[in-house]
Design a binder for this molecule. Structure first.
Ligand code: ADP
Ligand code: MG
Length: 816
């Protein structure tokens, strides 16, 4: 039984004058919860009887005097109970149930009365968190009390297995309770350390704490200590090296003898300090959280209540309840996510009715026949799905998912053409200007196959397609001001049919009088921002979002529940497998020689510079340095180009054009090249510091080559990769399948990092494992049921849920 939360709550209650406010919503529910759990560990029938009697109570209806007396009784009872059953020293391999050794319940300083409900207060409101400490938590994104409650450990050490010294085995996580025979400062290898000999009735063992000489003084002879860690072998004898430890007389165990949380911490935060702090914090504050799930749902699905789930996720009593806590919290995340995306979909479809398109069959036939290739069956199918949507009066909201190189652009082009044929405008948006320009070039090329092209630069017209000339424009930041104004005017007057630009196109002051279709390419943000911008302008055009991020279907339904899904699950015929190899820095010379050989064969290469920081400015500087080194020291006789985000539009253009035309051999680039760039003659992709990139990103880089007929190569350079980095490199060397890579990436990096949910407007997923299909489906089913029954969350039992939704999805719908 873990009495600590109860002690803390009662202490707080006492401090507040027994006004039943220590727990949000009153103590009764907490008492009920706690006792239900605790009673399971009471075996003595007599104790059980008093326990039942004591907790069969209605705190709310007691007078202050009665409460005072009751609280005192409970505290006495706990002391007695725990005094009786201190940790057994008969050490079979069994679970330790750490108990507080008899001690008075010290009243804790409570949070200020008005802050009790204030989960949004800054962490400095927590006892023991100074401004300096708060700054360190802030670096990890932990700013409020709620953040801290949800700052879950990434794993637990199992220190619950209690062993006697003679039973210790090498390599396992295990725990002993022992007496200190002697402890002294030593200097193994010159490091000031503490060395101790501890023993139990079965034997003695040596324990060393490196670099912690001050421990020697704490460990007085005959003091009792609990030690958790792995045992290793030194000169044929067992030894604990820098294990976790606590004096047995200390309160509740925090670092040993139980499942001990491991937090990911920034520099300057010590694990022991954070564990202790969080233990006290959780015991008190978890009970201030209100459960927003409707009670009948909790009961029906057998979930833990939220406060208990939070507290058990940090300091679980055992593996079983830890899993239950994770399951409850993971459900919450997926459930809220699902409700949020459904709200978005409703908002979108409820907008002004879209424009039903008429499909110009003969124009589309002419278009597909003009291509230099035949559409794959998958391209054909997805195009049909899109056309079916376009014919409907409600606005399309579709995700087109297709592996790198699967040919999404041509499908998009067909849709653009359909919009123009319906006398409506279309916008095609890419994440970077380079990509926007490339799309512009591609679409120009495609259209000039079916129509006669006129004009040059950023504005072109095509005749022979429609009954009037079709106008195509490129609008990006780097166009000269005068030219830009003229373009904007042409768009606003409705003269331009198709505009290609960056993601900002519909957000920044450009007005489309007849906008019928928006296509967003390579979008991790699922068009969320574009849609809200459009809605803000009272527009609801058809919307197509394209992504090369491969996601399993169930997951896609949850994450993009607001979008209908089309998948191009087939690559054009004749694609090469790109040979992938991870190189150590000492293999660089031969790698450079290899690039030289490819260039001599008439091919081209990309070299991607390290990802230094998110800042493109810094990345650009690094790329300049690397470019100079490569051109002056390595490839003196070859033609190198440099591409980074800080170049002017013209400079970028000319580099890309020169590379495309083959007048450059090697393109040195910052990671901006990641998506979409299409140069079929390039056969080598070299990525420096490859271990810094996620798998999906590396897969994207690799997708830049192998687009022509020739065998292509991907060289990943990494010096001393971390464990995770090494794992990633191994996987990408051996896998070409984007779906598989995405799943591995999810496992290694976690969904938040993978999807960049923090930037994408999606709530962060911390507990949900996206591979847990059953839970995904359960959350989806329950969300749909609630949404159908009470779409606006107006019913009383959904009040808290509505608040929670409004908090997590502030920009969506009319919750609460
Ligand atoms: P992505 O889906 O990654 O955006 P793209 O649209 O850039 O892929 O297409 C990649 C390359 O494949 C382009 O050079 C394009 O011309 C070519 N391509 C597209 N569809 C086919 C097809 N059905 N057969 C052969 N090549 C195709
Ligand atoms: Mg593309």
């Amino acid at each position: 039984m873990n009495a600590e939360p109860l002690r803390k709550i009662l202490a707080l209650e006492r401090e507040k004058g027994y006004d039943d406010s220590a727990v949000f919503g009153g103590l009764n529910k907490f008492l009920n919860n706690w006792s239900e759990q605790a009673v399971e560990s009471v075996s003595n029938p007599e104790t059980l009887r008093s326990f039942r009697k004591l907790f069969k109570t209605d705190y709310a209806s007691m007078t202050v005097e009665e409460r005072k007396e009751w609280v005192a009784n409970v505290l006495d009872f706990l002391d007695e109970l725990e005094g009786k059953s201190s940790v057994s020293e008969k050490t079979e391999t069994k679970k330790v149930r750490p108990k507080s050794i008899k001690r008075p319940a010290k009243p804790k300083k409570a949070p200020a009365a008005e802050s009790v409900k204030g989960l949004d207060l800054p962490v400095t409101a927590v006892r023991g968190i100074s401004t300096a400490l708060a700054g360190k938590f802030g670096k990890m994104g932990v700013k409020t009390i709620r953040d801290l409650l949800y700052f879950f450990p990434h794993r637990h050490l199992d220190y619950s297995r209690l062993k006697s010294i003679s039973q210790l085995a090498e390599g396992e996580e295990q725990t002993i309770i022992a007496s200190v025979w002697q402890a002294q400062e030593t200097r193994p290898g010159g490091r000031r350390s503490t060395e101790a000999i501890v023993g139990d009735e079965t034997g003695n063992i040596r324990v060393v704490w490196f670099n912690q000489p001050y421990l020697a003084k704490k460990m007085t002879t005959n003091s009792r200590i609990i030690i958790s860690g792995r045992v290793s072998l030194f000169k044929g004898r067992h030894v604990f090296q820098s294990p976790e430890w606590e004096m047995l007389e200390s309160q509740d165990y925090v670092h040993t003898g139980r499942l001990v949380p491991v937090y990911s911490l920034t520099q300057g935060l010590r694990p022991r300090q954070v564990r202790k702090l969080l233990k006290d914090f959780i015991d008190l504050w978890a009970w201030q959280v209100e459960d927003f799930l409707p009670p009948d749902l909790i009961n029906r699905l057998g979930f833990l209540e939220l406060p208990q789930a939070i507290s058990q996720a940090h300091y679980p009593d055992d593996e079983n309840i830890k899993d239950k806590a994770r399951r409850r919290l993971a459900f919450d995340e997926l459930f809220l996510l699902q409700l949020g995306v459904m709200g978005k979909k409703r908002d979108w479809k409820e907008g002004r009715p879209g424009s039903p398109f008429t499909i110009p069959r003969s124009l589309l036939d002419a278009f597909t026949e003009s291509l230099s290739f035949k559409l794959t069956a998958a391209q054909d199918r997805t195009l049909r799905e899109i056309l079916t949507d376009l014919e409907k009066p409600e606005p399309m909201s579709r995700l087109l998912q297709g592996e790198v190189g699967s040919g999404k652009t041509v499908v998009a082009a067909a849709a653009l053409l359909v919009a123009a044929a319906n006398d409506l405008q279309a916008a095609f948006m890419a994440p970077t200007e380079i990509l926007a320009e490339q799309h512009f070039a591609t679409i120009c090329e495609l259209l000039s196959r079916v129509g006669q092209e006129e004009g040059e630069g950023y504005l072109r017209t095509y005749s022979g397609l429609l009954s009037r000339p079709l106008t195509l424009a490129l609008l990006i930041g780097d166009i000269k001001q005068s030219g830009k104004r003229q373009l904007q005017k042409a768009i606003t007057s409705g003269e331009v049919d198709i505009v290609i630009g960056t993601h900002a196109l519909v957000q920044k002051g450009v007005d489309f009088p007849r906008l019928g279709l928006v296509i967003v390419d390579e979008q991790h943000r699922f068009g969320v921002e574009q849609r809200s911008a459009l809605r803000g302008k009272g527009l609801s055009p058809h919307m197509l979002v394209m992504t090369a991020t491969p996601i399993p279907r169930t997951l896609a339904l949850t994450l993009y529940g607001d979008l209908d899904l089309s998948v191009i699950d087939e690559l054009p015929p004749g694609r090469q497998t790109v040979k992938t190899k991870w190189l150590q820095p000492e293999q660089m010379a031969s790698a450079y020689a290899f690039i030289r050989k490819q260039v001599a064969g008439g091919y081209q290469a990309f070299i991607i510079c390290p990802l230094i920081e998110e800042s493109e400015a810094i990345a650009a500087q690094a790329a300049v340095v690397e470019y100079e080194r490569l051109s002056q020291e390595v490839f003196t006789d070859l033609r190198l180009g440099l591409l980074h985000g800080r170049l002017s539009g013209e400079a970028k253009d000319s580099v890309m054009e020169n590379f495309r035309a083959g007048s450059l051999d090697i393109l040195v680039s910052t990671p901006v090249i990641e998506v979409g760039v299409d140069i079929p003659n390039a056969t080598v992709m070299m990525v420096e510091s490859a271990d810094r990139f996620g798998l999906s990103q590396l897969h994207q880089f690799r997708g830049r080559v192998g687009r022509g007929q020739a065998q292509s190569y991907c060289m990943l350079v990494a010096e001393n990769p971390s464990e995770v980095g090494r794992e990633r490199l191994d996987i990408i060397e051996n896998t070409q399948d984007g779906f598989k890579l995405a799943e591995e990436d999810l496992k290694l990096r976690g969904p938040g990092e993978f999807f960049g949910t923090r930037q994408s407007g999606l709530p962060d997923l911390r507990m949900a494992r996206l591979s847990d299909v059953a839970l995904l489906e359960l959350a989806r089913k329950e969300a749909i049921a609630i949404f159908e029954k009470d779409p606006e969350m107006k019913e009383a039992e959904h009040r808290l849920l509505a608040w929670e939704l409004a908090r997590v999805w502030p920009e969506t719908g009319e919750w609460s």
